[in-house]
Design a protein around this ligand. Structure first.
Ligand code: F3S
Length: 64
């Protein structure tokens, strides 16, 4: 499982990075991206990524 940010939807609010900088980061375009990190097998990382997903006001984040 990995995080994914839909850049068409992201408004750059940075909640995801504030919630889980281990998985999400801001790019030069002012929008977030999910790092290429495998989340399954690390429950702390998956929890953190899930909190970030839940914190996004425009639901731009998916975890699959
Ligand atoms: Fe964008 Fe949502 Fe993160 S708006 S910066 S993906 S919290």
């Amino acid at each position: 499982m990995k995080g994914l940010v839909d850049k068409e939807t992201c408004i750059g609010c940075e909640n995801c990075v504030n919630e889980c900088a281990e998985v999400f980061e801001m790019e030069d375009d002012g929008l977030a991206v999910a790092k290429d990190i495998e989340l399954s097998g690390d429950s702390d990382l998956l929890d953190c990524a899930t909190r970030a997903m839940d914190s996004c006001p425009v639901e731009a984040i998916t975890i699959n």
